[in-house]
Write a protein that binds this ligand. Structure first.
Ligand SMILES: Cc1ncc(COP(=O)(O)O)c(C=O)c1O
Length: 453
């Protein structure tokens, strides 16, 4: 049986014999550019538990990297996929029509913060970003070539999105030249503000001032900037929550110069932060929103939601794709939206997330290794440092925490330099979540002892 209450249950030290065999075959058949934090070879997933090929069960704090928000194999999503697969698997929105895409788009628009939005379906996060960039340039008839993006940002790995990505130099190294016209500015990262202040509000103001007083005054005229591309909470950059003045300030700057505010909700969206879209925490409406990950309930699907007048400029044939809005993927998406509503997952994510944040904040009083705890809903970062005063990133210790947690039945990975990234399926029960958190806390105590020994 696959009962949640019995997890975690480690039978064989992972990777067990079956896992080792598959990893060996993987090394000979697949390009080895993937990261692979731990040698987990997944066989099944249900709710917030995954089982490996050797019969070990784990509490899943990744959700397949912020994808399985409604949990693995949710019966409603499975049913929607099966029913649609028996009727129609593909017929390309580029040249024809079908209902499941229209229904999914309608449902998305009922929860989207974009004014009079229209949906364009893609197959991934990176493709949603590529689409957003193209929509923005096209809206201005090609007269605005620049984009503002942020250090620490992750927007994808194809050429346009990679030009915006700046979370690790390694992602860009060797792939240049990238798309010209991208200007990077610091993201207000309150714990490590580039502008050397510990006051989050001052950090936010410094970034906004830098864009207007330095970039726009000295580098590019703002009337040549098509879009500001921003993650409302940085994902790969370290689960960084910006100060409260930042996103409203960006909205003001965008309005002042007629620039489009492009909100990357690929990771933070679809209920992850306790709101449908993370930007709503700050009452800001984007002009374009990029989505993927959780919207397809595990099937490859992304979407661009564009403001009505932006969408209206796109002429026939100007942008399209073969698979975007695939019938099965959009059927799954409609089921995902229904489940988030029916199971009150936004409330659950908010309440449980607050408990987890409180737990780690209390633990921070005890353990020097915890430098910062931050997050919204079930998008939580616990940043580890070797020394509270110097804030030296505890990179090696983070790797130990991930490995030891894994061996004890909790799958969790990192982000940024040394942050534990907590992003479980939103359906995780309070009990299972707190069991996982306690295992991580135990492992953190051990690492803290080794640090201070
Ligand atoms: C914020 C954000 N944008 C874009 C992407 C790219 O998505 P994909 O991997 O589906 O191309 C990611 C992926 O992690 C992401 O976190």
């Amino acid at each position: 049986m696959f009962g949640l209450s019995e997890a975690p249950l480690i039978r064989v030290e992972p990777p067990g014999p079956v896992a080792r065999g598959i990893i060996e075959r993987d090394s000979k058949a697949l390009v080895q550019s993937y990261v692979r934090w731990v040698p987990l070879v997944v066989k099944e997933g249900h709710g917030a538990v995954v089982e490996d090929v050797d019969g070990n069960k784990y509490i899943d704090l990744n959700a397949g990297i912020a994808v399985m928000n409604v949990g693995h194999s949710h019966p409603k999503v499975v049913q929607a996929i099966k029913e649609q697969a028996e009727k129609l698997q593909h017929y390309s929105l580029t040249d024809f029509y079908y209902e499941s895409a229209v229904t999914a788009a309608e449902k998305l628009l009922t929860v989207s913060p974009v004014n009079n939005g229209r949906v364009f379906f893609t197959n991934s996060g990176t493709e949603s970003i590529e689409g957003s960039l193209k929509f923005a340039r096209y809206f201005f008839g090609g007269s605005r070539q620049y984009f503002i993006a942020f250090l620490g940002a992750f927007h994808g790995r194809t050429m346009g999105s990679l030009s915006l990505t700046a979370s690790k130099a390694h992602y860009r190294k060797g792939f240049g030249p990238l798309m010209p016209g991208v200007i990077h500015v610091p993201y207000p990262y309150p714990y490590r503000c580039v502008f050397r202040t510990d006051d989050p509000k001052e950090c936010g103001e410094a970034v906004l001032g830098y864009i207007e007083d330095w970039i726009f005054a000295k580098l590019v005229d703002p009337t040549e900037v098509a879009g500001i591309v921003v993650e409302p909470i940085q994902g790969e950059g370290g689960y960084v929550v910006p100060p409260d003045n930042f996103l409203p300030g960006l909205r003001r700057i965008a309005d002042k110069y007629g620039i489009l505010l492009i909100d990357d909700e690929v990771q933070a969206g679809m209920g992850r932060s306790g709101k449908w879209f993370a930007i709503e925490h700050w009452g800001v409406k984007p002009d374009i929103m990029a989505l993927a990950k959780a919207i397809g309930g595990g099937l490859p699907l992304g979407a661009v939601v564009a403001r009505g007048d932006v969408a209206a400029t796109l002429t026939k044939g100007s942008h399209a794709n073969t698979f975007g809005g695939n019938p099965i993927a959009t059927a799954a998406m409609s089921a995902v939206i229904d489940v988030i509503k029916e199971e009150n997952l936004l409330d659950h994510a908010t309440k449980l997330g607050n408990e987890v944040i409180k737990y780690f904040n209390d633990l921070k009083d005890e353990l020097e290794i915890i430098g910062d705890v931050r997050g919204k809903g079930l998008m939580i970062g616990v940043e580890l440092v070797r020394n509270r005063r110097t804030k030296e990133p505890a990179t090696k210790e983070l790797a130990n925490v991930i490995e030891k947690s894994f061996k004890r039945g909790v799958v969790v990975i990192g982000s940024g330099l040394s942050t534990i990234r907590i992003a479980p399926p939103l359906v995780i029960s309070d009990e299972l979540m707190m069991r996982a958190v306690e295992i991580i806390a135990d492992v953190l105590r051990e690492e803290n002892r080794n640090l201070t020994a």
